[in-house]
Design a protein around this ligand. Structure first.
Ligand SMILES: [Mg+2]
Length: 181
């Protein structure tokens, strides 16, 4: 089976860990949901932030989401693991370093712009994602989308093959459950 997996907020606790660094950079105190809105509206400022994060190797310090690494290690022998992230390609080496540091195996690693992951995800039976808008696009290209629950994705998805999951135990369980049931 081909399994597509997003990195930020699916494998890595990116928002939780980066919000203090981000707030320091912008000189404001924002909650994760406000950071997401800011990211979408202030592209130029975000470019400055990403360069700062890259220089300080911030992405190499983020923590793991519980259960992600162990589950991917188990899947790796039997399935094709495609990591598809909307991180800028600038972060490729730091992302690879971080994946190696946490012993997360994968067959492919792709960088795709937000809302364009479907171009790399075609043929994935399952895709694990935290961005609801991205999930709704991916839902037309993958059999099932597992939407990892976060405060920023709580509205009802508009596609029936998007399944909300609370954690990696539920993700593991969903992989073993046929789509028709
Ligand atoms: Mg994400």
């Amino acid at each position: 089976m081909k399994i597509g997996i997003d990195i930020d907020n699916v494998i890595a606790n990116t928002f939780q860990d980066l919000v203090p660094h981000f707030n320091q950079f912008v000189g404001q105190k924002m909650e994760p949901i406000q950071v997401i809105q800011f990211m979408r509206r202030r592209k130029l400022k975000m470019l400055g932030y990403y360069l700062n994060a890259w220089k300080n190797r911030i992405m190499t310090t983020v923590t793991l989401i519980d259960g992600a690494a162990e589950t991917i290690r188990q899947w790796y022998q039997a399935h094709n693991i495609k990591l598809i992230t909307s991180r800028m390609p600038l972060f490729n080496q730091q992302t690879r370093y971080w994946l190696k540091k946490h012993n997360i195996p994968f067959h492919e690693l792709h960088h795709a712009k937000e809302m364009n992951k479907y171009k790399k995800a075609d043929g994935c039976q399952i895709f694990i994602e935290d961005n609801i808008e991205e999930s709704e696009i991916l839902a037309d290209h993958c059999e099932r989308i597992l939407l990892l629950d976060h405060p920023w994705n709580r509205r009802k998805p508009c596609k029936s093959n998007i399944i909300r999951v609370k954690n990696w135990q539920e993700i593991k369980l969903a992989l073993d459950t046929p789509l028709c049931c």
